[in-house]
Write a protein that binds this ligand. Structure first.
Ligand code: BES
Ligand code: MN
Ligand code: ZN
Length: 507
């Protein structure tokens, strides 16, 4: 899909659909709306009244125009209150507009620019967010359909603004912001495709193949560890989780190194890549298992971020490390009560084989720390308890004070993704005491997301700037909303890219 800048009269645009955003608290619904409405003889206002349109976020009205011009329709989208509007609002607006364009069969659309008052909503940031939303709203997962494949017909979007909107910014800067948004959206869509792929298609070996292909296409380096390689590094926790499956585990290591040799910050990203989680011998219920192809959502975010980073080329060294395995029950599977030592030599009593993500991550995080990170972030669909605490749309964020807190909170604010900080609560640490080993892999009923994070912390060097994101909820959406489709969301990619941006600005 091509994005272009447009500064002429909206009614003359070479498109069949014009989309405009409207705040709920502006007289005459804003200048763009008022002007269009006047020149369309009040048709827009009439349609909005007929449909009780108040400008709430998520609300929309489509107005079909009488024949006689190329422009066939005007779509009006609610943006909520002006003072609350930000980059995420712009992204959702553009996403909804792109989805509607597809639905009404429009191949071209003009999208009206909207201002934000917030500091974060800088003009360039808004152009970038609009581009992200347009690409993301157009996304569909059709890889496995053999009939009724209906790719969105939307091929061209004119982002329409006036000189007042951009107060002196150059066209080339606006263009760059649109392009950046496109590259970030590509990364998010890479993650969505991986999450949506079913577990019979996307095995650990296939995930590794896709990583290799991506590396080749984008000048990343890529190293794959097979079980024999993992054996040599004593990754018995990761291997243990995979040993009940016919599909062998893999460790995937992608790396981006910018040209030249200055002292650059090193960011290491780690993803949980359970291509399916049946629970192992501590088997899940059929309902609990239904969605478990998404248990590689952390890996997907890392892959998507590496894809975007390879294209954006920040001045930061970035490694992406993925622990891939399938958690299945069979005669060779690990048992509740087994004690296993992984790469770091800590003995772990495995009392529940469904708490497998932390076992895989223990070894993957150990590998990641050998790469000498200045900052280490892991993403994992780690616990159902996290969804009980924060709901299905928001991720938990655990991070240490100091440099990581500063970095993560800035990236979080910039990306617009939903997080909430939870504590690495010392008082819950006793829950991990084992009767026979150094630690056990589950705590009691209370604070399940926190004890999972505390388990991971056992494998992290003290003092290392580290963050753990429990993304079990937001990787998958039950319904479409704005730029987010039903199914895999690609959650996490935008925050990881924002971390790179922030590191680049800092250094
Ligand atoms: N992959 C699951 C967590 C999960 C559940 C992600 C639902 C997305 C949706 C994880 O491996 C798991 O099974 N966790 C257990 C831990 C428990 C056994 C301590 C859980 O949350 O029930
Ligand atoms: Mn599990
Ligand atoms: Zn899992």
């Amino acid at each position: 899909m091509k994005l272009a800048l447009y500064t002429d009269d909206l009614l003359d645009v070479d498109a069949s659909l014009v989309s405009v955003g409207v705040f709920s608290d502006e007289p005459d619904r804003g200048l763009t709306f008022a002007d269009l409405n006047r020149r369309l003889d009040g048709m827009l206002e009439q349609a909005c009244r007929d449909e009780d349109f108040s400008g709430r976020p998520g609300q929309s009205v489509i107005v079909n125009l009488p024949p006689g011009r190329e422009l066939r329709r005007v779509a009006v989208f609610g943006l909520g209150e002006r003072k609350a509007f930000d980059g995420e609002g712009a992204r959702s607006y553009a996403g909804a507009a792109a989805r509607w364009a597809g639905r009404v069969g429009a191949s071209s659309m003009a999208l009206g620019f909207v201002h934000a008052e917030e500091a974060e909503g800088s003009t360039l940031g808004l152009f970038q967010a609009l581009a992200e939303g347009l690409h993301l709203g157009r996304y569909r997962y059709d890889e496995l359909r053999t009939r009724e494949v209906k790719a969105s017909p939307l091929e061209a979007v004119h982002v329409a603004f006036s000189a007042d909107d951009v107060h002196g910014l150059r066209g080339s800067d606006l263009r760059d912001a649109l392009d950046r948004g496109g590259l970030i959206a590509r990364g998010v869509m890479t993650a969505r495709d991986l999450i949506n792929a079913p577990a019979n298609v996307l095995t650990p070996v296939e995930l590794a193949e896709r990583a290799k292909r991506m590396a080749k296409a984008h000048e990343l380096s890529c190293k794959i560890l097979t079980p024999r390689d993992m054996e040599r590094q004593n990754m018995h926790l990761h291997l243990g989780v995979g040993q009940g499956s016919r599909n062998e585990p893999r460790l995937i290591h992608l790396a981006y190194e910018p040209a030249g040799k200055k002292n650059r910050p090193v960011l290491v990203l780690v993803g949980k890549g359970l291509t399916f989680d049946a629970g192992g011998l501590s088997i899940k219920t059929s309902e609990g298992m239904m969605e478990m192809k998404i248990d590689m959502g952390g890996a997907a975010a890392v892959m998507g971020a590496m894809h975007a980073i390879a294209a954006l080329k920040p001045d930061v060294v970035v490694h992406g490390v993925i622990g891939a395995a399938e958690n299945m029950p069979d005669g060779n599977a690990i048992r509740p009560g087994d004690v296993i030592k992984g790469k770091r030599g800590i003995s772990v009593e495995i009392l529940n084989t469904d708490a497998e993500g932390r076992l895989v991550l223990a070894d993957t995080l150990a590998y990641a720390q050998d790469l000498g990170p200045d900052y280490l972030v892991d993403l994992a669909t780690l616990t159902g308890a996290c969804m009980v605490a924060l709901g299905r749309q928001r991720s938990a964020a655990y991070y240490r004070e100091g440099p990581m807190q500063a970095l993560f909170e800035k990236a979080w604010a910039k990306s617009g993704e939903l997080f909430w900080r939870l504590p690495l609560a010392r008082e819950l640490k006793d829950q991990l005491k084992s009767d026979v080993a150094d630690i056990k892999n589950i705590g009691d009923r209370w604070g399940g997301s926190i004890t999972a994070a505390l388990f991971l912390e056992e494998f992290i060097d003290s003092e290392l700037p580290w963050a753990h994101l429990d993304i079990a909820g937001p990787v998958f959406a039950a319904a479409e909303n704005g730029h987010i489709p039903k199914g895999g969301t690609g959650f996490g990619v935008r925050t990881l890219v924002a971390m790179c941006d922030q590191l680049q600005t800092q250094s």
